[in-house]
Design a protein around this ligand. Structure first.
Ligand code: TGC
Length: 386
């Protein structure tokens, strides 16, 4: 690696196995995502045909153990998220929704029978899952959700609406969080259950190569054993959000790295005033600022990953990483676009696509503002959410 690509030699902090896994995912992105991402993004296509390939690679629920999952470390999961998001946030989001949210909810809180029924197929990419927490009127404040599940005979009957739910229109199984008489609980709802409808939200200016949906639930009846027994109250879905937020810490640095590499390549090859624009001081300052922030962001991701693997990570530290790395990546993608000048708004180059995607990433899984307030509470002891 040159200083341009790994200035501080951070690869030395990774084991041979971690580097090999990183390179495997990087090659998948180079061969299967990069050649077509422009078309997918332009035409708002999620490449569902890649799902079984991602399953074969062990990318789905990679950090989970058993039930066909790869049992990789948190750092390895993070490295995969980084490489996928260097291709496009939409593809990393797919892996997050499938593995960190839907599979993780079943793995953490499901019965053995539920795990056996769903996880092997989801790990293989034969089945797709989604995670229904957010509602039209309950985004940052999921405690205000109005979707209900009531017991009727031997069944649960669910009514309500969910919004911005990744993959819902192509999902086989939905993890739906709903208010019951005993608090918020999670339910496994096969998406072909009568009364379940998922409609993609279109058109979007971010995440165009992925799917986010509105879900409506009208008298959706599921059996008594559809409930996730291990998840009581909101700490259930929050525990899953921790997994997804963790992946974002890494993924955002992938988008930032790709934007930087595009800008560096352009600056070295684009001449103005008789010389490459990389020879101008203002361009060099921009490139150096990107290198500084990417290297720092990678160190944050790796440190948080090592803490997760050691079992010492707390959610407030995940907020540090999500807030810092997404904010940083967005600034880098925007700055990279300026180096590309007018060509930077063309779909031929990645920085503005990454910037658009990162507007979505800074908002989902806890907005910048929510993570600031989580950190504010952690350092002052005073909650300032309302
Ligand atoms: P509060 O109601 O007081 O707490 C409820 C319980 O949850 C616990 N908790 C957590 N547990 C584990 N990890 C976390 N990160 C946790 N955060 C909270 C909490 O300790 C409490 O437990 P207990 O045992 O005392 O009952 O809520 P709070 O005051 O702790 O939290 C407030 C706030 C604002 C931080 C929280 O509501 C929050 O994080 N809001 C943001 C919600 C969010 O991130 N939504 C995104 C949803 S997913 C999405 O964006 C779609 S992307 C997926 C897709 O594409 O499909």
């Amino acid at each position: 690696m040159t200083l341009a690509m790994d200035y501080l030699g951070l690869d030395a902090l990774l084991s041979a196995e971690e580097l090999a896994w990183r390179d495997t995912v990087r090659a998948f992105v180079r061969e299967r995502i990069r050649p077509r991402i422009r078309d997918w993004y332009e035409n708002a296509v999620f490449p569902a045909e890649l799902v079984p390939e991602m399953g074969s690679l062990g990318l789905l629920g990679s950090h989970l153990s058993g039930y066909g999952c790869a049992g990789r470390s948190a750092v390895e999961y993070g490295l995969a998220a980084l490489e996928l998001e260097a291709g496009d946030s939409g593809l990393r989001t797919f892996v997050s929704v499938q593995g960190s949210l839907a599979m993780s909810a079943i793995h953490k809180f499901g019965t053995d029978a539920q795990k056996e029924r769903w996880l092997p197929g989801m790990a293989a990419g034969e089945l797709i899952g989604c995670f229904g927490l957010t509602e039209p009127e309950a985004g940052s404040d999921p405690a205000s959700m109005t979707t209900t599940a009531r017991q009727a005979g031997g069944s649960w009957v669910i009514n309500g609406a969910k919004r911005w739910i990744g993959l819902a229109s192509i999902a086989d199984i939905a993890v739906i969080w709903a208010r019951t008489e005993e608090g918020i609980r999670g339910f496994l709802v096969p998406t072909d259950t009568p009364g379940f409808t998922a409609t993609p939200i279109e058109p979007k200016l971010a995440m165009r190569a992925s799917i986010q949906c509105d879900i409506t639930l009208e008298n959706v009846e599921v059996p008594a054993d559809a409930i996730l027994p291990g998840a009581a109250a909101l700490r259930g879905p929050f525990a899953c959000l921790n997994e997804a937020r963790f992946g974002i810490i890494w993924g955002a640095m992938g988008a930032a790295r790709d934007a930087y590499e595009a800008a560096l390549d352009y600056a070295l090859n684009r001449s103005q005033f008789g010389k490459p624009i990389a020879s101008f001081q203002l361009t060099q300052e921009k490139l150096v600022d990107m290198v500084l922030e990417i290297q720092k962001g990678l160190l944050v991701a790796l440190h948080i990953g090592r803490m997760k693997d050691a079992g010492t990570l707390v959610p407030e530290q995940i907020s540090f990483g999500k807030l810092n790395n997404v904010r940083t990546a967005l600034a880098i993608a925007r700055q990279a676009r300026t180096i590309l000048g007018g060509n930077g708004v063309s779909m031929d180059y990645s920085p503005m696509r990454h910037a658009n995607n990162l507007e979505g990433v800074r908002t989902y899984e806890g907005t910048d503002e929510i993570h600031i307030l989580i950190m504010g509470r952690a350092i002052t002891g005073i909650p300032a959410f309302s």
